[in-house]
Design a protein around this ligand. Structure first.
Ligand SMILES: *Cc1c(COP(=O)(O)O)cnc(C)c1O
Length: 343
């Protein structure tokens, strides 16, 4: 059990002791000049892990996605993505601001878009329509519950993208979780995509950073965009060193987060008034609502904090995320706190 059982997000993890040591030892250079050896190592190693030619270390998942989408679009073009996608809803309007692209959202089931529906959303080419440029998949899908987009679906959407000459991007902030939960190799998940963005600062405990991976040519253009956005960092090897520890040693343990999330969800689902779709709990995220009692969220938040439990309230539902820095006892503490609140 931890001093505070913080379930708000898997971003609240602190760098591990191994990461602190790796930071102290990391050889450094000026990454804007291209000679930070630790950043270069992280970029190459992540790209190899994902089966792509090259990688680009960026300060956030948002920057990773937005660079990729800017690479794939011209202003005024369209991005097809799922209705609840992070790139569309949670990146502060960056798509409109940076790429100047607009969104063609598709309502999925548990974050999974039906390929026929996606194909119907591809614009016919004529003078009236925006041009469809890219299909984006989020895996795992955050807002749908950390749900996994099945590999068959990813391949079917790839065929649609190819057929219509579209680019194909994966927001793989939590691709690690999909990999561990299914056993599908990272390279297999990534093979159909032009670009993938993965987060090092969520389940993998790094303090900062994401990597975009793709072709060498795209990553070189991406490096230019990163500099334009102010994302060129100097001795960034300090941060990259943590990312290397994450990708080398912390991926398999995500399985424990999935076990903990399952226990948490099963316990919560038994409490009076709780509406929770257990089929959406496939990895490390648990959403639930208590319909009709939304007005009490403020009071409940205080009561949770008195019990040293933190959770996020997102307007109409609660979110709890498991990660490296919450264990089974933290899960029990959260369940006891919620039982007291709802009992
Ligand atoms: C967290 C997250 C991102 C990136 O978030 P940053 O806070 O910018 O690192 C992108 N996509 C999804 C699905 C996420 O959950």
């Amino acid at each position: 059990m931890h001093e505070i059982s913080d379930f708000r997000s898997d971003t609240v993890t602190r760098p591990t002791p191994e990461m602190r040591e790796a930071m102290a030892r990391a050889p450094l250079g000026d990454d804007v000049l291209g000679d930070d050896p630790t950043v270069n190592e992280l970029e190459a190693e992540t790209a190899a892990l994902l089966g792509k030619e090259a990688g680009l270390f960026v300060p956030s998942g948002t920057m990773g996605n937005q660079i990729a989408l800017a690479l794939h679009t011209q202003p005024g073009q369209e991005v097809i993505c799922e209705f609840g996608a992070h790139t569309y809803n949670n990146e502060s309007g960056a798509l409109a601001r940076i790429a100047g692209a607009q969104v063609r959202p598709v309502h999925g089931k548990l974050g999974v878009m039906e390929p026929g529906e996606v194909e119907r959303m591809v614009r016919p080419s004529n003078i009236h329509n925006p041009r469809t440029a890219v299909i984006t998949v989020e895996n795992t899908h955050n807002a749908a519950g950390g749900t996994i987009v099945p590999i068959e679906n990813i391949r079917a959407l790839a065929a649609t993208a190819r057929k219509h000459g579209l680019k194909y991007h994966m927001d793989g902030a939590r691709l690690w979780n999909a990999h561990v939960a299914t056993g599908v190799a990272l390279k297999d998940w990534c093979a159909p995509f032009d670009t993938i963005s993965v987060c090092l600062s969520k389940g993998l405990c790094a303090p900062v950073g994401s990597v975009v991976a793709g072709s060498r040519a795209d990553m070189e253009r991406g490096r230019y965009l990163r500099k334009q956005l102010g994302g060129g960092m100097r001795q960034a090897g300090l941060l990259a060193a943590c990312g290397l520890v994450g990708i080398r040693s912390l991926i398999p343990r995500l399985q424990q987060d999935h076990v903990n999330a399952r226990k948490l969800a099963q316990g919560l689902a038994r409490l009076p008034g709780v509406q929770l779709d257990l089929s959406s709990v496939q990895t490390n995220i648990v959403y639930f609502a208590v319909p009709g009692r939304e007005a009490q969220f403020d009071e409940w938040m205080k009561r949770l904090e008195q019990q040293r439990v933190k959770a996020l309230y997102l307007g109409n539902r609660w979110r709890l995320v498991t990660h490296h820095d919450v264990d089974e006892e933290d899960v029990q503490r959260a369940l006891a706190a919620w039982a007291q609140i709802l009992g």
